[in-house]
Design a binder for this molecule. Structure first.
Ligand code: SAM
Length: 229
């Protein structure tokens, strides 16, 4: 069984998608999707030898070698045109690394911009949404959930012809999550507000302070307070 977090990623994958799961570690996600007959083609990419071998073992243990291709390499470089990938999943890494992998992949012509993207950043979701906006993607689904005392956000995005006009509020909180305002969402932003309050207070007390940074943080704190009031 998958973690709740990866289950949402799996639920976002369309039937018969051709999936590239990048940073796959044990390849639990592609294995689950193939076993459930949700898909029958996936590439599991890993840049680190240990996790790569975890994936190789899992796939061979389950007898899925025909359908899941485990490859060692950095980001999307493991993909070839013949894979015909139409869905890229990247879960369990930071937002900036997700952006880096997608950007490098674009430079290397490893993605066309037509793929469905299903992303689960551990930190800095905002950076991911901003990148999606600039890359002409629309956020079509979002989930926030709690598991093992951590909160996770999962974002599904589809290409669009024209840039969606996401506001700062949309980028920071998520256009759909901020509409829904679930209890977990409120809890997350209450705890973020506390962190920002603390930093802002400390910065104000300091003899020398970076005024620009202080202004930015204060503005962010105000957005958060507005969202959870
Ligand atoms: N995706 C799985 C999940 O969500 O449970 C595993 C997440 S694990 C915390 C992150 C994995 O990403 C690690 O195994 C790491 O080696 C891999 N990784 C980090 N940077 C990568 C890159 N540039 N290309 C491929 N894999 C990468």
């Amino acid at each position: 069984n998958l973690s709740k977090r990866l289950q949402v990623v799996a639920d976002y994958v369309e039937k018969d998608a051709r999936v590239a799961d990048i940073g796959s570690d044990h390849a639990y996600l592609p294995c689950y999707l193939v076993q459930k007959n949700q898909i029958d083609y996936a590439v599991a990419g890993e840049v680190v030898k240990g996790p790569f071998l975890n994936a190789v073992n899992e796939v061979s243990k389950l007898g899925l070698k025909e359908k899941i291709h485990v490859r060692l390499g950095d980001g999307l470089e493991v993909l070839t045109e013949k894979d015909g990938i139409d869905t890229i999943t990247i879960a369990g890494v930071g937002g900036p690394l997700i952006v880096h992998i997608l950007e490098e992949g674009k430079q290397q012509n490893k993605r066309s911009g037509e793929e469905t993207l299903i992303l689960q950043p551990n930190i800095n979701e905002r950076s991911v949404r901003e990148y999606l906006k600039n890359e002409l993607y629309a956020i079509v689904s979002e989930t926030i959930l709690e598991e093992n005392n951590k909160r996770y956000e999962i974002i599904k995005a589809e290409p669009v012809a024209e840039k969606v006009d996401y506001s700062e509020v949309d980028l920071l909180f998520g256009p759909l999550l901020s509409e829904e305002k679930s209890q977990i969402f409120i809890d997350k932003w209450k705890s973020e507000a506390k962190k920002y309050e603390y930093i802002v207070t400390q910065m104000k007390k300091a003899d020398q302070t970076n005024k620009k940074k202080l202004k930015e943080l204060t503005e962010r704190l105000n957005l958060i307070k507005e969202m959870i009031k």
